[in-house]
Each structure stands twice: as structure tokens, then as C-alpha cells.
Design a protein around this ligand. Structure first.
Ligand code: NAD
Ligand code: DAU
Length: 332
């Protein structure tokens, strides 16, 4: 049995990870989460009380972090400000959480010699041309585009420096776009699903040619567990599942699966600096750690995700009007 501290465990991917760990291992989990607008305690309902503890707090609170680290065997660091559109509107919280928060955790890992796994994104590599067959690898140079991705890139570089200079026992993973249950409705897929449920036309930025490489959040969780178990300290692992799709195809699939005309969406103002294409080469994770994704059928995964949002209107409805008002103010 291992005791894990999961930062950001009330968010989308963190909560999926907590469910995955408690269902598939005998580990104990403590979640540290600030419960920002993106955190939702309801995402952690029904977990076994004898193996799960929730602590409300900020990863940048050095005193609190210092109390928690000695109580666990390893830390899995998901907490972040995660939405590109918000980072274009107000970058400051991204610096506070993604940079200072990660620094605070690294200093605690150093003081307590605690194993740490840092969760990051493929967006640190910037973007690829639409007609370029290349994919990101662990050797791709960093070239982030947005305030969000630049603060994630900064946090990755802090982790690398703390490994090399202070011997902190850390690994990093950079994953592609996740989908699945518990994703905040500000994000592309749940925004469009909940729009259709509400009778609002889906909104596609620009021409909708931008490509994202989709992976189910549960596959992300199994990959992170594998890295925690067998990853080599100081190494970076890319996580993906060969799920490249352009945004137009994704919106049309959602509309079709929800019984609507595939063309019933609007083109809206494009995102500033909008990355064109992400694509992950996850050969290292497969060959060195023997990991494989389970969710290979995107259409089936999307249908299950649509069902989840239909069945959990109480989970997302309180945020819907505010999210749509924010986008409307930007012509999106
Ligand atoms: P999210 O926005 O859904 O959740 C973030 C969580 O972190 C929330 O529960 C929030 O309350 C918490 N949090 C924010 N600031 C905090 C702070 N200062 N202290 C403590 N808790 C804080 O994000 P997500 O989409 O689940 O992403 C989780 C992680 O995965 C992030 O590090 C993100 O960069 C990374 N990632 C996300 C994706 C994706 O597709 N969503 C892909 C690759 C990597
Ligand atoms: O690649 C991993 C990243 O994926 C993570 O690091 C981020 O935390 C996560 O938010 C996600 O970033 P994206 O910017 O790719 O995701 P988002 O859901 O915001 O948008 C996906 C694509 O859809 C992107 O090309 C923008 C477009 N989009 C988005 C919204 C919200 C639309 O066309 N319409 C929309 O309404």
C-alpha cells in the first residue's frame, strides 16, 4: 500500500485519477485542492472513507504543504490553472499556481525527500503545421504559445532543475487533450455537449481546422500510475493514444451522436495565438514501461461522455450561464 498526495484532485483529470487509483489499487489518497472555480467536491463523491482524505488548501501555501508531505510516500501534482482562454483574459493566477505553486511543492519534496510526479501538457512544445507528419517526442524543443502553456513549460523546467541540482526524485509526463467525465464545461467537448442539451448551437473557433490528439482521462490515469510504479527518476514520458481529430469533425460527431443535424453549429471569433495541431508519439511509454491505452474507439468514448453529461446536469448546470456569458463577452 502506498500513500499518495494528489494535488488538484477535485479537478477534471485529478478526480478521474483518484477514482482510478481507489478502484484499481489498495493505495490511500489525500487530495490537496484549493477548490477554485474548476474544483468540484462532487467529483469525489462516493469514495471509500477509510482510504480517502480531502484537504482544502493552496499548493503555494508552504506551511500546509510542509505538514502534508511527511504523511505520504509520493505526490502526484495535477493542480494548475488549466484553461488557455482564461490565461489570455487574466494570466496572473497562472503564474501564481503553475509556477510558484510548483516551486513550493518542489521545495517540500527536496526538504522531505518525497517522490514527486509532475503532470504536464503537450502544449509546452508549441504546435505543428497541419500538413506536417511529425509528432512531438521527448526530444522536441519547448516552444509554448499561450500564458497557460508558457507557465506549464516553466513548471516543467523547474522540476528538471530541482532533479539535477538538488537530487529531487521526480518524473514528468506531458499528455495530449483529455476527454471524459468531470471535465469543466468551459472546455471544448463538454461546452458543446452542454450547449446541445440546452438548445444552444455549438461554437467552433475560426474554421475549425485545428487538430487535437484526444485521449480518454482514464487512460491518462493508468499511464500516470505506470510511471509512478516503474518510471525512471529524472525522465520525461509523453502520454497519448493516437487520437488526432480536427475540431470541426469533433463538433459534427457530437451533433450527430446527439441526434442533431451535423451542420447545426456556428463559427465564432478565433482564439488569439491558436495552436494549429498537437500530436504525441508515445513510443517511449510503450517500449520502456509497457503501457497501452484501453479506450481506442473515440466515437464510443464520446457517446459515453455525452451520456455522462446528460445524466449529471446537477454537476454542471450551476456553471453554465457564467461560462456562456464569459464567452459571449469575447464574441465566442
Ligand atoms: P482543471 O482546471 O479541471 O482542475 C484543476 C484543479 O486544480 C482544480 O480542482 C482546482 O481547484 C485545483 N487548483 C487550482 N489552483 C490550485 C492551487 N493553487 N492549489 C491547489 N489546487 C489548485 O484541470 P485539468 O484539466 O484536470 O488539468 C489537470 C492537470 O493536467 C494540469 O496540470 C494540466 O496542465 C494537465 N493537463 C491537462 C490536460 C487536459 O486535456 N485537460 C492535458 C494534459 C495535461
Ligand atoms: O493539449 C493539452 C491541453 O488540452 C491541456 O494542457 C489544457 O489544460 C486543456 O485545456 C487542453 O487545451 P486546449 O486549448 O487544446 O483545449 P480546449 O478544450 O480549450 O480547446 C480544444 C480546441 O477546441 C482548441 O483548438 C480550441 C477549440 N475550441 C474551444 C472552445 C472552448 C472551440 O473551437 N470552441 C470552443 O468553444
Amino acid at each position: 500500500m502506498t500513500r499518495l498526495l494528489v494535488t488538484g484532485g477535485a479537478g477534471f483529470i485529478g478526480s478521474n485519477f483518484v477514482h482510478h487509483v481507489l478502484e484499481n489499487t489498495d493505495h490511500e489518497v489525500t487530495v490537496l485542492d484549493k477548490l477554485t472555480y474548476a474544483g468540484n467536491l462532487a467529483s469525489l463523491d462516493g469514495l471509500p472513507e477509510n482510504r480517502f482524505t480531502f484537504v482544502k488548501g493552496d499548493i503555494a501555501d508552504a506551511e500546509l504543504v510542509d505538514e502534508l508531505f511527511p504523511t505520504v510516500d509520493a505526490v502526484v501534482h495535477y493542480a494548475a490553472e488549466s484553461h488557455n482562454d482564461n490565461s489570455l483574459d487574466n494570466p496572473r493566477p497562472f503564474l501564481d499556481t503553475n509556477i510558484i505553486g510548483t516551486y513550493t511543492l518542489l521545495e517540500a519534496a527536496r526538504r522531505h525527500d518525497t517522490r514527486l510526479h509532475h503532470i504536464s501538457t503537450d502544449e509546452v512544445y508549441g504546435d505543428l503545421e497541419l500538413d506536417d507528419p511529425a509528432r512531438f517526442t521527448e526530444q522536441t524543443p519547448y516552444n509554448p504559445s499561450s500564458p497557460y502553456s508558457s507557465t506549464k513549460a516553466g513548471s516543467d523546467l523547474l522540476v528538471r532543475a530541482w532533479v539535477r541540482s538538488f537530487g529531487v526524485r521526480a518524473t514528468i509526463s506531458n499528455c495530449s487533450n483529455n476527454y471524459g467525465p468531470y471535465q469543466h464545461i468551459e472546455k471544448f467537448i463538454p461546452r458543446q455537449i452542454t450547449n446541445v442539451i440546452r438548445g444552444i448551437r455549438p461554437k467552433l473557433y475560426g474554421a475549425g481546422e485545428n487538430v487535437r490528439d484526444w485521449i480518454h482521462a482514464d487512460d491518462h490515469s493508468s499511464a500516470v500510475l505506470r510511471i509512478l510504479d516503474a518510471g525512471v527518476i529524472g525522465e520525461t514520458y509523453l502520454i497519448g493514444a493516437d487520437g488526432e481529430k480536427n475540431n470541426k469533425d469533433v463538433v459534427e460527431l457530437i451533433l450527430t451522436l446527439m441526434g442533431q443535424d451535423a451542420g447545426a453549429y456556428d463559427h465564432v471569433t478565433d482564439r488569439a495565438g491558436h495552436d494549429l495541431r498537437y500530436a504525441i508519439d508515445w513510443t517511449k511509454l510503450r517500449d520502456e514501461l509497457g503501457w497501452q491505452p484501453k479506450y481506442r474507439d473515440f466515437e464510443a468514448g464520446m457517446a459515453a461522455t455525452i451520456d455522462w453529461y446528460r445524466a449529471h446536469e446537477d454537476w454542471w448546470a450551476p456553471a453554465k450561464d457564467g461560462v456562456e456569458a464569459f464567452y459571449a463577452s469575447k464574441g465566442q
